[in-house]
Ligand binder design. Structure first.
Ligand code: PEP
Ligand code: MG
Length: 598
């Protein structure tokens, strides 16, 4: 990922908005989180934020009832609008849209929001807008303080539904306040907003904006989810962008680095126009690779699969040309909720993916909870959760929960090719316990007369160094392997992958890590068992050649990374890479990626 060229910051170093100097002049630079790659150059179109412009006044005693009714009527109208949107969703609307709109509808039905707001009207004589935003702030604070990332980000849903009701109360439903004026420039428009609700995204979509920039939101926010599915460059978490930018300002947005430039000089604009043209050309070339085989120059066939976290992403994986699902992180079905998903609910989710993949392999990882991923309502008291009761250790300690998941997985086998993947295995007795649990789940289904197929395989994540070092018995006992480099690096180098203070020591290229990967690949290959890498390294096209040099033939990654990796593979010479990489590893020397690219 490239940073803005020649940037010389003169700001405080910590702020998201800083004056900066590039060749050709000074301008405002903002740093957010790039969530959809691509460049956009255009004019700012500021989205109205009713919540920021709310009037605060007290009403008379005799007006209390009418004010409450005004609020309730506005909420009803907002609900109706959402219902109409759900009922009339265009066929090409992102798949996530319906469920997201339903969440907003549910929030508006929550008595906590409207009843409490009415109490503010009755008890403090606040006007409806003030009452609603007061209660909204309280709810947002509660959600923002939650530990779980998913729930924390739901505070943005509350803000968004409040915006919606406030717009109804104000009588103005225009999203872009000065649309006519900004349209007058005749340039592409870039939406600048505090936050964008899914419903507003739907309305904005029709107008074909060049990018979406928001002050709030993170990579799992709804703006992010919808923007990704629309494939429009987007940067979130920009802090105070909306306050600093005016309608019609010239903006440059880089969806990879998260950098936004405000009113850059003509010279900088020219440079970004060139970057944009190059990027578009490359994307076009990449698209043409979708159906091309992933084969090296010397004819080695490579398998490219996709990592997914939710069943809905299975189609995206196919659209990107994935040959299967190499990692379905099932824990996302369990997170962000107070209860556990039932066997039926899990079965539906697994079966949906297996059916979508229509016979291609679907690798479903059993629950990997613990460490940075926790279940709601469960305190994480371990002093070092990454080394604690995580993943398979957790499942074996909770046999009922594990048995439920295994039955759901087995039931999904009737719809296609299921591979059960076990995380965090370090001991052979864990493998034996897993096999016993699977057998017990099979028997229980037989007793219940529920169909399943015996045609499934059981494999393990290789992510604890102990397993990689002493892999031989595991290779005998299991059907396939997937190297989880994210954790393998964490445990090999003794650095917490979530701790920013040691992130500079997180080194995927450390010879010790690479030797463990090489050893695992060789051992599995000798036994004729498939082995993949499904950690972040698999999707990083900068290290594709190095992984080929280690002998890797199966990669699993986020669907968006697939074509970049395929391109590298098609330009690589596997044998030459293997010789170079082996020579470096023998000396435990660092591998020079630039040399591999030559
Ligand atoms: C890994 O550890 O590399 C992996 C793919 O699993 P996760 O990132 O979910 O721990
Ligand atoms: Mg892992």
């Amino acid at each position: 990922m490239s940073k803005p060229a020649h940037t010389e910051s003169t700001g405080s170093g910590q702020d998201q908005a800083q004056p900066c100097t590039m060749a050709g002049g000074s301008m405002l630079c903002m740093q957010g989180q790039g969530i959809v790659k691509g460049f956009a150059i255009g004019r700012a179109a500021i989205m109205s934020a009713a919540a920021l412009e709310v009037d605060h006044y007290r009403i008379l005693d005799e007006d209390v009832d009418a004010e409450c009714e005004r609020l309730v009527a506005a909420v009803e109208r907002a609900k109706q609008d959402l219902r109409t949107l759900v009922d009339t969703l265009p066929p090409d609307a992102p798949r996530e849209m319906g469920p997201l709109l339903e969440v907003h509808h549910l929030l508006l039905e929550d008595p906590l929001l409207v009843q409490r707001a009415c109490e503010f009207i009755r008890e403090r004589h606040y006007n409806a807008e003030w009452a609603l935003t007061t209660q909204g702030h309280l709810l947002v604070e509660q959600f923002s303080a939650m530990e779980d990332d998913y729930l924390r980000e739901r505070s943005s849903d509350i803000r968004q539904v409040i915006e919606r009701v406030l717009r109804v109360l104000s009588g103005s439903t225009a999203l872009i306040t000065n649309m006519d004026a900004v349209n007058g420039y005749g340039d592409p428009l870039i939406v600048v907003a505090r936050d964008i609700s899914p419903a507003d995204m739907l309305r904005l979509r029709g107008a074909r904006f060049a990018a979406f920039l928001t002050d709030l939101g993170g990579p799992t926010s709804h703006t992010a989810i919808v923007a990704r599915s629309m494939n429009v460059p987007a940067v979130v978490g920009l802090g105070h962008m909306r306050a600093l930018v005016r309608d019609g300002d010239v903006l440059v947005a880089d969806g990879s680095t998260g950098v936004v430039l405000v009113n850059p000089s003509e010279k900088v604009l020219e440079e970004y126009r060139e970057r944009q043209a190059n990027y578009l050309r490359e994307r076009k070339e990449l698209e043409s690779l979708r159906d091309a085989p992933a084969v090296t120059l010397d004819g080695v066939e490579i398998r490219l699969e996709a990592n997914i976290e939710l069943p809905e992403e299975a189609q995206q994986a196919l659209d990107a040309g994935a040959e299967g699902i190499g990692l379905f992180r099932s824990e996302f079905l369990f997170m962000g909720r107070q209860d556990l998903p039932s066997e039926d609910e899990q079965y539906e989710a697994y079966a949906a993916v297996v059916k979508t993949l229509a016979g291609r392999p679907v690798t479903i990882r059993t629950l990997d909870i613990g460490s940075d991923k926790t279940l709601d309502g469960e305190a994480t008291v371990a002093t070092n959760p990454a080394l604690g009761l995580r993943a398979i250790r957790y499942c074996l300690a909770k046999p009922q929960l594990f048995a439920t998941q295994l039955r759901a997985l087995l039931r999904a086998t009737v719809h296609g090719h299921v591979r059960i993947l076990i995380p965090m295995i370090a001991h052979m007795h864990e493998v034996r316990a897993v096999h016993q649990a699977i057998e017990a789940a099979c028997r229980e289904l037989e007793v219940r007369g529920v169909p399943y197929s015996r045609n499934f395989s059981v494999g393990a994540m290789v992510e604890i160094p102990a397993m990689a070092i002493a892999i031989e018995p595991f290779v005998e006992a299991l059907d396939f392997f997937s190297i989880g480099t994210n954790d393998l690096i964490q445990y090999t180098l003794a650095i917490d992958r979530g701790d920013a203070d040691v992130s500079s020591l997180y080194d995927p290229m450390h010879p010790a890590v690479l030797r463990l990967i090489a050893y695992t690949i060789n051992a599995a290959e000798r036994a004729g068992k498939p082995v993949a890498v499904c950690g972040e390294m698999a999707g990083d096209s900068n290290v594709t050649r190095m992984l080929l040099g280690l002998g890797l033939k199966e990669f699993s990654m986020h669907p968006q990374q697939l074509l970049d990796v395929k391109k590298e593979i098609r330009h690589a010479h596997s044998n030459a890479l293997r010789v170079k990489v082996a020579a470096a590893l023998n000396r435990a020397a660092r591998i020079d990626l630039e040399e591999l690219a030559r």
